[in-house]
Design a protein around this ligand. Structure first.
Ligand SMILES: *[C@@H]1O[C@H](CO)[C@@H](O)[C@H](O)[C@H]1NC(C)=O
Ligand SMILES: *[C@@H]1O[C@H](CO)[C@@H](O)[C@H](O)[C@H]1NC(C)=O
Ligand SMILES: *[C@@H]1O[C@H](CO)[C@@H](O)[C@H](O)[C@H]1NC(C)=O
Ligand SMILES: *[C@@H]1O[C@H](CO)[C@@H](O)[C@H](O)[C@H]1NC(C)=O
Ligand SMILES: *[C@@H]1O[C@H](CO)[C@@H](O)[C@H](O)[C@H]1NC(C)=O
Ligand SMILES: *[C@@H]1O[C@H](CO)[C@@H](O)[C@H](O)[C@H]1NC(C)=O
Ligand SMILES: *[C@@H]1O[C@H](CO)[C@@H](O)[C@H](O)[C@H]1NC(C)=O
Ligand SMILES: *[C@@H]1O[C@H](CO)[C@@H](O)[C@H](O)[C@H]1NC(C)=O
Length: 428
């Protein structure tokens, strides 16, 4: 048990603090109370195993202690972080979990409150304190529980870490100690993670991690760092199960079930997101989603993912569920339509080929003829077989006039000539 006492550092009361105090006293209708204590807190650290305890005293007089309610404002910030934590405390100490931080800056001030009205009567200056811990050679430490019983932790080794260190990992959960089952190693054979399976987690009891860094050459015990998690907060759920999709009446209906979880499976704990191809992702709290939906232009997939939100704060989303493609009678319609189009295309192709073969006949027909009788004779001589085929096909490629000509021609009657004259199929 190390005890480090540090001389108090008195800070100038800043203009800002003056302003706050002034407004406080104005509100409470008290006379100005700036640093009525003239007192300095003395701060010291006690390191006990994995715990850093920051303690302080006040040097209030006995009367002051009796007359007023005494509270302390503690503010602290770990090195290389931006978030400053601020607390109002009644006791004269605070256990600060150092985790993988290499130290912190803290400051404390004493406040005296009127017992009846809870107004601030007096307030001390800030007393500052800096705690430097031994260097920490790893960073970006994170853990995840997935698929109910799997547990992964990973970390990065800082560039400034000595070459001859190795990192060891163990944890304590519900009174039992566990060693790492399988280390994940980098190219230089340093442990940069730990993978474990078939672990039983008690969701509300903490997992206390022990990360120990040992120098391989000198046989010292190494430095241990500690970090704790509540299992539920680091659980990555499996994707939602039994996702089903139906399209009816111009709307899409999606149903699913929550995945198994180590913590509470109450339906109000889950937050889902639904993703439909090309659409905006939607947050959903129910186990279903319904929305207007029209004939999909192309193949459309539905996916759902989940995390715990309400019962426990958890930032980790599950993977997206396997895509479910939208099938409905409209899809079949499209296929039928395609088939019809294909048949039609083949039919038209055949027709074109036929038309090409007949091209010469057409040429003859459309050729300007001085005398209808001559024309017919020439035409007949040109192609006998062509004529017959055309008859059997009965295609509407040409005017009925042409068809009529062909029909009449076979009989070689005189009537046809009259008909031709009547229908204007004459030399123009
Ligand atoms: C507060 O502490 C300082 C130094 O520790 C001392 O000089 C001063 O007299 C104390 N004040 C009271 C009111 O006890
Ligand atoms: C972290 O903070 C310490 C103390 O303030 C400083 O010495 C060190 O250079 C910082 N490291 C980085 C990576 O910023
Ligand atoms: C590691 O964490 C630092 C901040 O602590 C961040 O800037 C950096 O991108 C992280 N690196 C990786 C690989 O995640
Ligand atoms: C999830 O856990 C089950 C049962 O423990 C196991 O059969 C399955 O292989 C696991 N899935 C993955 C992706 O690890
Ligand atoms: C956990 O670690 C194992 C071993 O490296 C890896 O195969 C697996 O993908 C990791 N799982 C997650 C969810 O990070
Ligand atoms: C953490 O692990 C190291 C190495 O295994 C061990 O020496 C140390 O006692 C452990 N700390 C606690 C608090 O169990
Ligand atoms: C999911 O679907 C399977 C098979 O269709 C079924 O056996 C199971 O009971 C369903 N699970 C839930 C939670 O509905
Ligand atoms: C379809 O919608 C119409 C009007 O929007 C409604 O009257 C009808 O009950 C709906 N049918 C089904 C099966 O939802």
């Amino acid at each position: 048990m190390a005890r480090i006492t540090v001389a108090p550092v008195i800070l100038m009361v800043t203009f800002f603090q003056h302003k706050i105090l002034f407004s406080t006293s104005l509100e409470s209708g008290q006379p100005d109370v700036v640093d009525g204590l003239g007192a300095h807190n003395v701060l010291w650290i006690t390191k006990h195993g994995s715990r850093v305890i920051l303690s302080w005293n006040n040097n209030l007089t006995k009367e002051e202690t009796k007359k007023y309610t005494v509270k302390y404002i503690l503010s602290y910030k770990f090195f290389n972080t931006t978030h400053e934590k601020k607390e109002r405390l009644r006791e004269k100490k605070k256990v600060i979990p150092l985790e993988l931080h290499s130290g912190f800056n803290a400051k404390v001030k004493t406040q005296l409150f009127a017992k009846e009205t809870e107004d601030v009567i007096k307030e001390s200056d800030w007393t500052e304190f800096t705690y430097k811990a031994p260097p920490v050679y790893i960073q970006n430490f994170s853990c995840i529980i997935y698929n109910i019983s799997f547990f992964n932790c990973t970390w990065l080794i800082k560039a400034e870490a000595p070459e001859d260190i190795q990192i060891f990992f163990s944890y304590r959960h519900v009174g039992k100690d566990f060693e790492c089952q399988q280390y994940i190693k980098n190219a230089r054979k340093k442990n940069i993670g730990c993978h474990m399976k078939e672990i039983y987690f008690q969701p509300s009891r903490k997992i206390n991690l022990n990360i120990t860094i040992r120098h391989l050459r000198h046989n010292s015990g190494g430095l241990s760092y500690y970090k704790a998690f509540t299992p539920q907060t680091i659980e990555k759920l499996n994707p939602p199960i039994n996702v089903s999709v139906s399209l009816e009446n111009g709307s899409i209906k999606i149903h699913w079930k929550p995945p198994p979880t180590i913590g509470s499976a109450s339906s109000k704990c889950f937050l889902y997101q639904v993703k439909i191809t090309d659409r905006k992702i939607v947050d959903v709290t129910a186990e279903k989603y319904e929305s207007p939906f029209h004939k999909p232009a192309k193949k459309c997939a539905v996916q759902v993912r989940v995390k715990k939100e309400v019962c426990i704060r958890n930032k980790i989303w599950s993977e997206w569920s396997e895509p479910v493609f939208i099938h409905n009678e409209k899809t079949v319609d499209v296929m039928l339509l395609n088939l019809t189009l294909f048949c039609l295309l083949i039919f038209l192709g055949g027709l074109m080929m036929y038309a090409c073969r007949r091209y010469r006949c057409l040429e003859v027909i459309t050729m300007p003829v001085p005398h209808p009788s001559d024309n017919i004779k020439t035409w007949l001589a040109a192609d006998e077989t062509c004529q017959q085929k055309q008859m059997s096909m009965q295609v509407e490629m040409h005017s009925e006039v042409t068809m009529a000509i062909l029909e009449e021609n076979r009989d070689k009657s005189i009537q046809e000539q009259k008909f031709l004259k009547e229908s204007g199929f004459e030399d123009r």
